[in-house]
Design a binder for this molecule. Structure first.
Ligand SMILES: Cc1cc2nc3c(=O)[nH]c(=O)nc-3n(C[C@H](O)[C@H](O)[C@H](O)COP(=O)(O)OP(=O)(O)OC[C@H]3O[C@@H](n4cnc5c(N)ncnc54)[C@H](O)[C@@H]3O)c2cc1C
Length: 394
């Protein structure tokens, strides 16, 4: 047996022995385990799976062992992903830091910064939130105004961030701040790592239509951030921020692999296509369902190819925008169809018993509306694709 085949066999055996049966069920929103100091478990199995994967270093299988990772090479990492998918294993820990910040930190951080920040993530003890958007700087992110001025060994931060997902639960924030107001807007920005317990930070949750409030506004009032928490070079934060957004888009396109909650269109929707005698009574909706399912299958195959290309070292910046755009638009189309199929029942919210498959469709339908905005809107992705992939003039 080759080394990789041996690794596959051992990994499969370990997962089969260590992943509890209930952790092999499709993930639902309420059961995602977010790491960090406020980690919560809904069941003993969740905790067991979390602890076992943590001990193995498989929260971050590809990171070096010295930073708390599993030390796997890219092929082994891919094999682990494949074996987890094959068994239907849930992600043991969700954390923006793992998917988005860590690759940037690994590429640009000092050894001390990696030791300070990677290890707690790899142990599930530090949860990160993202402080990029501001009231007048969303799509036009480079217009951000939150200022950081150097004062002795610290930066002093003043301003406000908005749409900070789980800002009230984050232990730390990675943020873009303006450090040179006189420079051209992209050139005066730096990338800071900020402890959310720092004096002068106020976090205010924002209520959402889905009934689940994940957003916050975060205000900074003379917040002192040690200079050693600058990631990369002073005034070079825009380069790092762009790289981070690529990782965010790549992470969002992983929705296709069962990493985030999504209903099974066939299981939930198909019964609504038939009348009481079992005959198909909705041929148009059935055709639409077939299209959505075929698109999903085509996406999954293309996504697999893009991942292989990225593993082979090819530039994935264009594809990450294409993947993010296509997948999120597909999720919207899928839930629009489900909502239509289910009719009034699809709008039910609370106080009604649903079968397991139908649980929370309405909330999820509303949530998909955010997918085409977060991580850069669909229109912004189209602009990026036009410019960077197709080479069209601005
Ligand atoms: C679920 C969710 C989670 C989020 N989490 C975070 C987070 O944790 N941290 C964070 O920093 N931010 C977060 N955001 C904010 C997100 O990044 C911004 O909402 C997004 O970048 C759009 O910015 P905006 O809301 O200011 O809209 P605008 O930029 O004001 O855009 C308004 C509309 O104009 C369109 N538009 C804007 N510019 C162009 C253009 N050049 N060409 C064509 N159309 C254009 C947009 O597509 C959109 O339809 C989150 C957003 C959502 C929905």
């Amino acid at each position: 047996m080759s080394d990789i085949e041996t690794f596959r066999a051992e990994t499969r055996a370990w997962l089969e022995a260590n992943c509890p049966a209930s952790m092999r069920q499709p993930i639902v929103a309420d059961e995602m385990v977010w790491g960090g100091s406020q980690v919560e478990f809904k069941s003993a199995d969740q905790q067991l799976w979390f602890e076992r994967m943590r001990e193995r270093g498989w929260f971050a299988p590809g990171w070096p062992v010295e930073y708390g990772g599993g030390g796997l090479n890219r092929r082994e990492e891919r094999v682990l992903e494949e074996e987890m998918r094959r068994l239907g294993c849930r992600q043991p820990q969700y954390n923006l830091g793992l998917w988005m910040l860590a690759p940037v930190l690994l590429a640009h951080g000092t050894h001390e910064q990696k030791l300070e920040h990677l290890m707690p993530m790899a142990k599930g003890k530090r949860r990160w939130c993202q402080g990029f958007s501001e009231p007048n700087a969303g799509s036009d992110l480079a217009s951000l105004k939150t200022r950081a001025e150097i004062d002795g060994d610290d930066f002093v931060v003043n301003g406000a961030k908005i749409w900070t997902s789980y800002g009230d639960r984050g232990d730390w924030m990675y943020a873009l701040v303006r450090t040179d107001p006189a420079a051209k807007k992209q050139q005066g920005i730096s990338f800071l790592l900020i402890d959310m317990k720092s004096p002068g930070i106020t976090v205010k949750p924002i209520e959402l239509i889905s009934g689940k409030s994940s957003f916050c506004e975060v205000f900074f009032d003379n917040v002192r951030v040690p200079r050693r928490q600058l990631l990369g070079q002073l005034n070079d934060g825009w380069t790092l921020g762009k790289q981070l957004l690529q990782h965010e888009r790549a992470a969002m396109s992983k929705f296709a692999e069962g990493g985030t909650p999504s209903h099974d269109l066939l299981a939930v929707g198909a019964p609504y296509l038939r009348d009481e005698q079992g005959a198909v009574c909705e041929p148009e909706l059935r055709a639409r369902m077939a299209r959505v399912l075929m698109d999903a299958q085509a996406f999954a195959l293309t996504h697999r190819r893009v991942v292989e290309e990225a593993m082979a070292g090819m530039d994935a910046s264009g594809p990450s925008s294409i993947m993010k755009l296509v997948l999120t638009e597909q999720e919207v189309a899928k839930y629009e169809l489900l909502a239509q199929l289910m009719g009034q029942r699809g709008l039910s919210w609370e106080g009604r018993e649903f079968s397991g498959d139908e649980h929370d469709v309405c909330r999820q339908w509303l949530l998909t509306k955010t997918y085409t905005i977060s991580g850069g809107s669909s229109e912004v992705q189209l602009n990026i694709i036009a410019k960077r992939v197709l080479g069209l003039p601005g």
